[in-house]
Design a protein around this ligand. Sequence first.
Ligand code: ZN
Ligand code: ZN
Length: 146
Amino acid sequence: MTDPQSTHDIEAVFREKGIPFTRQRRLIWDHFAGADRAATITEAADALRSDGVGQATVYRTVTLLSDLGLLARVQDRRGEICYTAPPIGHSHPLICGVCRKLVRFEGDGDVKELEARLAAETGFSIYGHHLEVYGICAKCREAGRG
Ligand SMILES: [Zn+2]
Ligand SMILES: [Zn+2]
């Protein structure tokens, strides 16, 4: 699998903003970037405890990464707030609402018509959008969890 969001890219984003990319921030980032499903802050904190990263640090860093647009905030079917790292560039997450399995897809021109209609109706100049798609993955459907 190719990974367009290398550590190099994230370091560049932090450098550009003048924010230090500390060891703990790197660990937290790596946790989300390397995951194949969305995770809650509590789950990330549990996984990172053995690396000496505290829950408060995870919370602050996830908020920072989310504010920087590097983590997307998503919900599972129970309404639990989770986070996932979509690749930098135009792509979107598709999330299983049951097990939170994650598929990242390219969103090239996906909502062009909607944006054009909104621009015409509102007079806005539209420069971007934020999109997550939810469903039930094949495994969960087979298991009758859908
Ligand atoms: Zn699933
Ligand atoms: Zn899109």
